[in-house]
Design a protein around this ligand. Structure first.
Ligand code: ADP
Ligand code: MG
Length: 420
């Protein structure tokens, strides 16, 4: 009976991490402390619905979600779980209610002390702290019951259920170890993804630099020619032309430097056309080098609210692939369209296209058909777009071309204001 219940509890306490990995890891909601608190709170609640009762005490693994949410989710997440447990404990009631509340509070206190600076420790230390906190919770619970059984309730001594409590304590510590290790895995995966984004960006920067240097040389040559003419003819009619060429070179360089800047994630409102024209300005030299026409048709220009630098990186990766797949004389067209509550960005090329098998593999890690490819670009774009609650899909036909469609939610400013 006890073993079955404990197995069920182990499943319940590990469920938040599974749910997080599958549904929330790449989404903005996944970063919410409240969401972390609610997930672990639900786990604690479910644990308390199937308790193991001895001496009127309800035993379960509720302390694992409590401690883990304080440590890995911070004081807000831990506080939510604490409130849920206390509310549920009061609802259960019974003669040992006060002891129950005292144990929960004592168990919450130690991880609360660590919660502010937990992420300053190394991963191994974090796991150790989690285990030590679990030992502390088990010890507190055990001591409280011992006091109750041997001091308060001394006339009805029966030590047998105490052994069960030792088992529960051991399982609790094991559950905590597994939970902490799972959290560490999630943290490691996140760091790896960030590193991949960075690696792909560095790669793109290197490739763009060559084409941009080439492209900037053209206006400079024109400027030099005009200046020589001016020197010979002593007139100023070429000045506006010189200025336009210099401005163009300046814009290309400043866009490149902006893209090269480290990105600080910031959410802001912006019009889609601004991002698209920046991206086109950056990639035009690359297309021009291959004699490919880069066209844009902005039919609709919705207001978006997200990280525009991230969106730029996603678009650059996809459009760069389109340019690379297209041969001399081809076109890459970027269109925008509107769906219900969403904006669409369609990137269509007249390149070599993809077979069904290739299409199925696109966006998977390290998949590349290029000699110097990294196989990261599409995956990074996909990840960024999913984090923005958007979608990226591809349709393609070999030797005809490829179409990438990005759907992004638009900011609904007017409707929200009317609803207030
Ligand atoms: P990389 O560009 O380094 O190869 P990506 O993840 O950006 O890595 O792209 C993976 C693969 O997907 C490419 O190697 C290419 O075979 C294919 N691909 C992506 N976009 C297109 C496209 N527009 N047309 C044809 N093939 C494409
Ligand atoms: Mg690529």
């Amino acid at each position: 009976m006890l073993a079955e219940k404990l197995l069920l509890h182990i499943l319940i306490i590990l469920a938040p991490m599974f749910l997080y990995s599958v549904f929330l890891e790449n989404r903005r909601l996944g970063k919410s402390r409240i969401m972390t608190g609610l997930l672990h709170g639900a786990a604690a609640f479910l644990c308390m619905c199937f308790p193991f009762v001895s001496y009127g005490f309800h035993w379960d693994l509720r302390y694992v979600p409590l401690v883990i949410s304080f440590l890995y989710g911070g004081p807000v997440a831990g506080g939510i779980v604490y409130v849920i447990i206390i509310a549920m404990r009061i609802a259960i009631g019974g003669p040992v209610l006060l002891y129950g509340i005292a144990i929960v509070s004592a168990c919450a206190f130690v991880p609360l002390l660590f919660s502010g600076r937990f992420y300053r420790y190394m991963p191994k230390q974090r796991v150790m702290i989690s285990i030590m906190t679990a030992v502390w919770s088990a010890f507190t619970a055990f001591c409280t019951v011992t006091v109750y059984v041997f001091v308060v309730n001394a006339d009805r001594i029966n030590a047998k259920p105490m052994y069960d409590l030792v088992w529960i304590g051991i399982i609790q510590i094991m559950g905590m170890t597994v939970s902490a290790l799972m959290y560490e895995r999630i943290i490691e995966r996140k760091a790896m993804r960030k590193e991949m984004e960075r690696a792909e960006k560095m790669n793109t920067l290197g490739e763009l630099a060559a084409s941009i240097a080439h492209e900037v040389r053209n206006p400079l040559t024109v400027v030099k020619g005009f200046l020589q003419l001016m020197q010979q003819e002593q007139n100023y009619q070429y000045v506006p032309l010189i200025l336009t060429e210099v401005e163009r070179a300046e814009k290309i360089i400043s866009d490149y430097l902006n893209f090269a800047k480290p990105q600080f994630r910031k959410i802001e409102s912006f019009y889609l056309s601004n991002v698209i024209s920046d991206v086109i300005m950056l990639l035009e030299p690359l297309a021009a080098n291959k004699y490919i026409q880069l066209k844009s048709e902005i039919h609709v220009n919705p207001l978006l609210e997200t990280d525009s630098d991230q969106l730029k990186q996603a678009l650059i990766n996809i459009i760069k692939n389109a340019i690379e797949a297209t041969s001399q004389g081809g076109t890459v067209a970027i269109r925008t369209d509107a769906g219900k509550g969403e904006a669409q960005i369609i990137i269509a090329d007249t390149g070599k296209g993809m077979t069904k098998e290739q299409l199925a593999r696109i966006g998977t890690l390290f998949y590349t058909t290029k000699e110097k490819g990294t196989g990261l670009g599409t995956m990074v774009s996909l990840r960024i777009i999913e984090a923005m609650n958007g979608k990226l899909s591809y349709t393609s036909e070999p030797s005809v071309g490829t179409e990438a469609v990005i759907c992004l939610p638009v900011k609904e400013e007017k409707r929200m204001r009317r609803a207030q």
